[in-house]
Design a protein around this ligand. Sequence first.
Ligand SMILES: *Cc1c(COP(=O)(O)O)cnc(C)c1O
Length: 433
Amino acid sequence: MNISNSEALFKQARQLIPGGVNSPVRAFGSVGGTPRFIQKGQGAYIWDADGNRYIDYVLSWGPLVLGHAHPDVVAAIQRTAANGTSYGAPTELENQLAELVISMVPSIEMIRFVNSGTEACMSALRLARAYTGREKIIKFAGNYHGHADMMLVQAGSGVATFGLPDSPGVPAGTTENTLIAPYNDLDAVRSLFEANPDSIAAAIVEPIAANMGFVLPEQGYLQGLIDICHEHGALLILDEVMTGFRASTGGAQQAFNLDPDITCLGKVIGGGLPVGAYAGKRDIMQKVAPAGTMYQAGTLSGNPLAMAAGLATLTELRRVGVFDQIAGRTKQLTDGICHVMAEFEVPIQVGQVGAMFGFYFLKQPGAIIRDYASAKQYADTDRFAQFFHAMLEQGVYLAPSQFEAGFLSSAHTDEDIQFTLNAVRKALQQILS
Ligand SMILES: *Cc1c(COP(=O)(O)O)cnc(C)c1O
């Protein structure tokens, strides 16, 4: 595969932009090699700067649930842009998207739009603190909630420890109120509440831990979390930035029948444009300025192009049969992956919910990944890197890290799935030989 244009562009980019990219994982750091510079996308495919075509299972890291350049989304953006791109004043489009989201996501009564998932989580935490008058928060090791200072802590497996920052530049003071618990462990959460009486504002959790690979919540875990939080006067923030309109049309909360206090959204809600949102129960949301006293603002928040793209995306996604078809193909893909891996006796752990999926190559058969510690212990990142490149060479674009999820769109066809599964077979033949 000729990638000389990508190579030249990457070389140039590294002189201009730190590491050549505007978000670290794009640089292929954990799999090695040259990131492909993308020139265009159409439906399920992307083309790189050398004209190579790939079936895209990254889809901009989740947002493009209808695939690239869906005609309705493109038309909505064009129509809206012709009347100006931003006013810094309210528009009817914001009401329309708010109404649509409220009608689709069960727990949501009011919503505030922001510009990214990071902003959504950051604001949701401020809101939980403002609403409860408490300062501490619980996050789970290996869960990702964007890059706000107080969330840049993963900590080790130590329960009940105060978090230490993951990045230089994050003052220890900003994370001293961030308590860390392992995922899928309710006892650890109970201990944190006992050790910190009346001082924890909220726990924030990914309902499917899909930023450390793909770890499903164990039976009763999420409901247990909500119950423990409420017993102690704290809120539960469900970070559905990735699972929103992906785990089901009503997010993970609909798929798992949960009623969180606050929900964070992003990715799909913007249909490929920069949008995030935090949302939830009316009495909590009324605390947000100017209805209430918790300050949060944004020059481009509720941007008309982003609202139009989100509206067009969710309107199509909600049409009867559209989501089920994507979910069905996603299952077809993961079933197929399991089948082929078993044929080659390659131990893997596969997960799929709705239109999202993930899989780990396991270092030993029978290992079970249920939290961050076991993900780091058992995931075979070397084998993943080999597999990733073998797939890429055949024109299948997976996320360039073992610890990221995969996505499908309504544009992915049965033929695309079959092509991908054949590629999996060839990739295994190659890396096992
Ligand atoms: C992607 C993601 C974020 C951050 O969203 P950005 O738009 O990248 O800032 C937050 N939480 C979860 C669960 C995510 O997957």
